[in-house]
Structure formats: structure tokens, C-alpha cells
Design a protein around this ligand. Structure first.
Ligand code: MOS
Length: 756
């Protein structure tokens, strides 16, 4: 049995809570310190682990001196490749095997003397206190035999090869003859961009508490995808999936960084198995940089040709990204360029180079966030060449159908988004000349860019349980990373059943629950909503069946289609019954229904569907910057985004997510970058003091607007909002800087040295 992936899945309830900006249910627990994160679960025999990281890029460990570490009082064990129990090797990468997609790297930690990147964990120290473990780890002395390594992206880039392509992601494409059209175009730009590597910096650094009871593993872990992680752990430790329980009630931010099994998780479980103790491994901030992948760096070329009226004749977008020799996935950097502009000639290509570094992983809108930087900067530059307003240029090239594949858009409201944004932002006040607008001594610039992120679905299983006392319990292994998962699903369920919001309880974050969708790819809310709607429909059907069998029930002889779910029960014009009355009359204390969905067919469905239609969340980003004319310091002074994300269930939580994406994009644009030593692959700035994420003082008020038009092809009309907010942001900043200063910065981040 599975959810039908229908064109339309009309919700059957009446909308009362959907659309209301209700407060997040997890808010009070978090603000009062009641919420427990992975490193906060107590166990009486808890031991603490710390990692020793390799300091060479590639080679072999020829000796490990652990004597000093072992001699420290309170050290329980020092685990190395010479004494640790071996895990099973990482599964070979396949898109049909979720366990393999969950592999952070292919390295079998502590089962090999091989070193594959600078920072790879090679020893785990387990001790009675975290301080002891860290101190003892600092005393381990490894000796290496070094092997030649390629760690420098710029040096490795000439060896990049065309990427093989991932079934569910769009990469290369060719339509017409883009090269010839570019050469013949009366107006053109041809630009080379670069973006640096970025690292994950969630508020909660990765942490694991692992406990074995015989062959049963309990893992407290901040996770974005419990089913993937559970499959992976079961496979690595050779136990059935049912022997692994993952508890993840709260996740302190993740952004893609907690969707795979990285070394810390595996090694905490391994250390717990080896020592027979409950083991906690809380990574240091540097430990996260060393063991959890980040965003690929990229170089990109965008060339655009246009006629004198600004109609595109050629669009070329090519990219080089990096994976690791021991894992990682090519990022779909040119994916959005399939759908942004109506050009008759298009060439898109993605290339990839493998380096001896920790592989990249998902990070908020992988591909689109850096791809839109290049293509949306190039569009702005083309507008300068044409002497045309950049919004007008975009509107002239707004496609009727998918520019490459000719698919129909299920939803496309960029014109409306730009129109509303321009009005609210005061775009008319923009003097089109560069370097002319001033606020006192500050140079002022205004820029726009388009946001785009595909809208996908994943299967979700949901059960709903109605109690005779009127309570409704929704159960699904969803993830709460701070975006309001339980809150919005409660709103949906309350509407579907017609019960008060307060009577709905949502259980999530536990692998013992029916498997939820991952909190990845902006899919969770819509995917879970499909399950909630389906399960609630079944529940109402069962409730009605009970009522129809009860003598004297006012619902006798009525069909579900004639009834409205409201006021805690089912009603028609002439009467109705509460669920409590129905259940009590039938002598039942509860009623349960389930929505099931399998992973099978998801990939095929996505690929097939992509041939016929484009479904995406989009937006128009408006940025204003102030630039100090002497130091060239850039400050973002205003931000406004208009988003077409389909139905907005809860504007409070949705706005927070979009703002978060914009903040992360401002960081990408102006300050964040991971610095890798080109000689030995060492990350030079693995700390928040030297890797500069934006702080409050860097961020102005962010004004978020919605078009709030339901998508006709998704449950409740939802399109997903987790990632679209970051897309286009870096380009909007770069375009505003270009307006303020006349300078086009092609290499992120836009630090002041690039403007002087
Ligand atoms: Mo997202 S980058 O799939 O968490």
C-alpha cells in the first residue's frame, strides 16, 4: 500500500489553523533549557570520547605511540586501528541504497592504517571525563609515511572531468548552438566566477551519546534523516535495523550537515561497543570542520548573449566542483539555470574534480545557492551592458515553459514576486547610475536576484490516533531542527480532523515511530502533510463507519463527502456527533489510522515527473548595501524578499526559515570561507573566531512577503521553504555592491580588499 502520487491531493478538512502564525511548540522547552539535545542525556556509566585527527593529507600510519595517553588517570581505553573492533565497510554508493547515501565517507575508521585527509580521525580516547579524554588525545603521537596528495582546488581544477550525473538532480543540457549564438550576439557578457568552500556551523555542534545493550544500540543524535542513519548504522555494526534506536527529539540546526553518518557518530557507537560503557562524543567546533563535510568550492563560467532589446539568445553556464576521493556528491550547480530564462540556445555542463580532502556534503540548497550567485550576477552585468533595468531584463526573459525541456511549470509567479517586491522595496527610487546614491558619506547600492529551488517529495509514514477523550496523536519519525515541525503538522491535523489545536499531540524524532521523510531537500513539511492528510481521511472514515453502525446516531446514512469535520467531530446541516461521542457509543477508547508509503519508485517517479513539469519554489530578493567609500567595507542595510512557496501554513515559522536562509546567504556573500592550506590540506580557520558567520550586528531587518498561492499539484499546495531563502542572496548582494561602487566582484566572499 502506498500514497498515490496524484496530481492533486485535496485536503478534506476545513481550514482554520492552516495559515495562522501560531507559536512554535518547541519554543518554551528551548528558551527555558528543558529541551534535551544529544549530548545531554545522562547515563550512570557514561564515558566520554575524544578524537585524534591525522595531520597529513594522505599516507599510512606507521606507528602510534599511545603510551602517554594510556598513562593518564581516568583513561578507559585508547582505540586505534591496531586494537579496535572492526566495523563493516561502508556500503558502495548506489542511489537505490539509502544506507549508502548516508555514508559521509567510504573510510572504515579504525579498521585501516590509511589516511585520506588532513583531519581524519585515527584514534579515539575514552575516559571518565571529557577533559581527560581530550587531554589524553593530545598526547597521542602518530608517525606517518606520507603519500602524494592533491588538496588544492585551483591546482586540481584542470583535471576536472564531466560529472556522471545523479538521477534525481539536473546537471548538463544542450539546446541549439549556444557557442555560435554567443559569438553572434550584439550584446554579451562572459564571466568567470569562483566560490570558496563553506563549512557547517550549526549552533549545536555534532554530538552522539551511544549505548549498547547486547546487540541493541540506542543512539542520541541530532539527525535530519533517522531512517537513513538507522539503516547505515545497522549495516556498519552488523545488526538488524530493529536493533538500532535513534532518538533525536531536538536538533540544534543542521542545514544538511546532519543528514549523513559522519565519523563522530560511528566512532561513538564503536567506542561504546568496545568499552561496554555508554559513550558520549561531543565534537569540538574544530572537530566538526575535520569530520563533517561542507559545501564544495566552485569555479563557474556564465556567458550570456542578447539582442539589443535584451532578449537572451545564448545562455552558457558551466561549473567545476570538488568531491573527495573517498566520497561526496557533485553539486547541481547549473540545475537552476535549466529553468530561469527563456533562451533559444543553452549549454549547461558540470565538471568535478576529486581531491584528497574530506568530501563535500549537503549544505542548504547545494548547487543552487552558488549556481544562482553566478547566473544572477551575470544577468545583472548584462543589464549594465544593455543599459537596462535588471528587473526589466529578467521580465523580458521570463519563460512560458521549461527553457531546456519544454515542461510546464506547475507554478510560476516570478513576475508577481518582482512587481510586489519592487513596490515594497522602493525600487523606483533607485538611481540607475553606479556610485551616485549616497547616505551621508556611505555609498548606497540596490540589487536584485532570483531565488529558485526545486520542490520535491519523499515518502512519509504517519499514524494518527484519536482518543475518546478528544485527543489526537500524530506519530511520525520527523525531525525538529528548529523550524517548527510539530507545530505545523499539528495545525494541519487539527484542520483535517476539525479538532482544537491544543488537543493535537505530535510525536517525532524517534526511529521507533513510523519512518518520516528526512528533513532534507525542503521536503519534510509537504511530504509529512501528505501522510497526515491521508491518515486523517482514513481515521474519519473509520469514525463514520462506527457511527453508522450505532443506532440513533445522527450520522447514520451519511457519506463522508457530505460531512464537515469541525468542533471535534463530524457534522452535516442537520446535526452531528463529536468523535468522543462516536467512540463512547461504540465502546471504544481509541481509533487509529495509518498512512504508509515506501521509498520504492521515488527516484523513478521524480525523474519521470521532471520530464513533464517543473515544480519549484521561487522568489525575488532585494538587497540594499552601504559601502564605506574609504575602507570599502560593505554593510547590508535593507533586505526584502518576496517568495512564491505555495501555501504558507504558518507565516511565523516560514518567515524564520526564509530569514535564516537569507542570513546564511549574506554570510556566503560577505564573510564566510573555509581556508585550506594548499600544501597539506589543513583547514586553517576551523573556528567561529576565524570563520566569520554573520552576527546580529551584520543583519538588518529582513522583510519577507509571500504570494501565498497554493501549488495545484501538491498536498495543501505546499512547495517547501527550507532552502529557497538562501538562493539568489549572494548575487543580490554582489549586484547591490556593483550598483554602489561600479565594481563587479566575481569571487566570493566580497571582502573589502576586492573593492579597493
Ligand atoms: Mo538540506 S542541504 O537537504 O539539509
Amino acid at each position: 500500500m502506498s500514497i498515490k502520487y496524484a496530481e492533486t491531493e485535496p485536503a478534506t478538512g476545513t481550514s482554520k489553523y492552516v495559515g495562522q502564525g501560531v507559536d512554535r511548540r518547541d519554543g518554551p522547552a528551548k528558551t527555558t533549557g528543558q529541551a534535551r539535545f544529544a549530548a545531554e542525556f545522562p547515563y550512570p556509566d557514561l564515558a566520554y570520547a575524544a578524537l585524534v585527527h591525522a595531520t597529513i593529507a594522505r599516507g599510512r600510519i606507521i606507528a602510534l605511540d599511545t603510551a602517554a595517553a594510556r598513562a593518564v588517570r581516568g583513561v578507559i581505553d585508547v582505540l586505534t586501528h591496531e586494537n579496535a573492533p572492526a566495523m563493516k565497510p561502508a556500503p558502495k554508493m548506489s542511489f537505490l541504497d539509502l544506507s549508502s547515501i548516508a555514508s559521509g565517507t567510504s573510510v572504515n575508521y579504525l579498521a585501516t592504517d590509511e589516511v585520506h585527509w588532513n583531519g581524519q580521525p585515527i584514534v579515539v580516547v575514552v575516559a571518565e571525563t571529557p577533559e581527560t579524554a581530550r587531554y589524553a588525545a593530545s598526547l597521542v603521537r602518530p608517525s606517518y609515511q606520507e603519500l602524494p596528495a592533491t588538496v588544492d582546488f585551483a591546482a586540481g581544477e584542470p583535471n576536472a572531468v564531466p560529472e556522471k550525473g545523479i538521477p534525481i538532480m539536473e546537471s548538463g543540457a544542450d539546446k541549439g548552438d549556444a557557442r555560435a549564438a554567443l559569438a553572434a550576439a550584439p550584446v554579451s557578457v562572459d564571466l568567470r566566477f569562483s566560490t570558496p568552500p563553506y563549512n557547517h556551523n550549526a549552533i549545536e555542534p555534532h554530538a552522539t551519546t551511544a549505548v549498547w545493550d547486547g546487540d541493541h544500540l540506542t543512539l542520541h543524535e541530532g539527525a535530519q534523516n533517522i531512517p537513513w542513519l538507522r539503516k547505515h548504522l545497522a549495516q556498519r555494526f552488523g545488526v538488524p535495523e530493529t536493533s538500532v534506536r535513534i532518538l533525536s527529539p531536538y536538533v540544534g540546526g543542521a542545514f544538511g550537515g546532519k543528514s549523513r553518518a559522519w565519523a563522530g557518530t560511528l566512532l561513538a557507537a564503536l567506542a561504546a561497543r568496545a568499552t561496554g560503557r555508554a559513550v558520549r562524543l561531543a565534537l569540538t567546533r574544530a572537530g566538526v570542520y575535520h569530520t563533517v563535510g561542507g559545501r564544495t568550492p566552485s569555479t563557474q563560467r556564465v556567458a550570456l548573449g542578447a539582442d539589443a532589446q535584451g532578449r537572451l539568445t545564448a545562455l552558457i553556464h558551466t561549473s567545476v566542483s570538488r568531491t573527495g576521493r573517498i566520497g561526496g556528491m557533485p553539486e547541481p550547480i547549473t540545475a537552476a539555470s535549466h529553468h530561469l530564462y527563456a533562451a533559444p540556445n543553452i549549454h549547461l555542463a558540470q565538471n568535478v574534480v576529486q581531491l584528497d580532502l574530506l568530501p563535500n556534503t549537503f549544505m542548504r540548497a547545494p548547487g543552487e545557492s552558488i549556481g544562482t550567485f553566478a547566473v544572477e550576477s551575470a544577468m545583472d552585468e548584462l543589464a549594465w551592458q544593455l543599459g537596462m533595468d535588471p528587473i526589466e531584463l529578467r521580465m523580458r526573459n521570463e519563460p512560458e515553459r521549461g527553457p531546456v525541456g519544454g515542461q510546464r511549470f506547475t507554478h510560476r509567479m516570478l513576475k508577481e514576486a518582482y512587481a510586489l517586491g519592487a513596490e515594497r522595496f522602493g525600487w523606483r527610487e533607485r538611481d540607475p547610475r553606479p556610485g551616485v546614491m549616497r547616505d551621508g558619506r556611505w555609498l548606497v547600492g540596490m540589487g536584485v536576484a532570483t531565488a529558485f529551488h526545486p520542490s520535491m517529495r519523499m515518502p512519509a509514514q504517519v499514524t494518527v490516533r484519536l482518543g475518546a477523550d478528544g485527543t489526537l496523536v500524530v506519530r511520525s519519525g520527523m525531525h525538529e531542527m528548529g523550524m517548527g515541525t510539530a507545530t505545523v503538522q499539528a495545525q494541519i491535523a487539527a484542520d483535517e480532523m476539525g479538532v482544537p489545536l491544543e488537543s493535537v499531540h505530535v510525536e517525532y524524532g524517534d526511529s521507533d515511530l513510523p519512518p518520516g521523510p528526512g528533513a532534507i531537500g525542503s521536503v519534510q513539511t509537504a511530504s509529512a502533510a501528505a501522510g497526515v492528510i491521508d491518515a486523517c481521511a482514513k481515521l474519519k472514515k473509520s469514525a463514520l463507519a462506527l457511527a453508522r453502525r450505532a443506532p440513533g446516531s445522527p450520522l447514520r446514512g451519511h457519506k463522508l463527502e457530505d460531512l464537515v469535520a469541525r468542533d471535534g467531530g463530524l457534522h452535516h446541516a442537520g446535526g452531528g456527533q463529536t468523535y468522543g461521542e462516536i467512540l463512547t457509543a461504540a465502546g471504544r477508547d481509541h481509533l487509529e489510522a495509518e498512512s504508509k508509503a515506501g521509498m520504492l519508485g521515488f527516484v523513478a517517479r521524480t525523474v519521470l515527473e521532471r520530464r513533464r513539469k517543473v515544480r519549484a519554489a521561487t522568489g525575488a530578493q532585494f538587497c540594499e548595501v552601504r559601502v564605506d567609500p574609504d575602507t570599502m567595507e560593505v554593510r547590508v542595510s535593507r533586505w526584502l524578499g518576496v517568495f512564491d512557496v505555495g501555501t504558507v501554513i504558518n507565516a511565523k515559522t516560514a518567515t524564520s526559515q526564509l530569514r535564516g536562509g537569507i542570513v546564511m546567504g549574506i554570510g556566503m556573500a560577505l564573510s564566510e570561507q573555509t581556508l585550506v592550506d594548499g600544501r597539506d590540506g589543513r583547514i586553517v580557520n576551523p573556528s567561529l573566531s576565524e570563520y566569520h558567520v554573520p552576527v546580529h550586528a551584520d543583519i538588518p531587518h529582513i522583510d519577507v512577503h509571500y504570494l501565498n498561492e497554493p501549488d495545484p499539484t501538491t498536498p495543501l499546495g505546499l512547495l517547501g521553504i527550507g532552502e529557497v531563502g538562501i538562493t539568489g542572496v549572494a548575487a543580490a548582494v554582489a549586484n547591490a555592491v556593483r550598483h554602489a561602487t561600479g565594481k563587479r566582484v566575481l569571487d566570493l566572499p566580497i571582502t573589502l580588499d576586492k573593492l579597493l
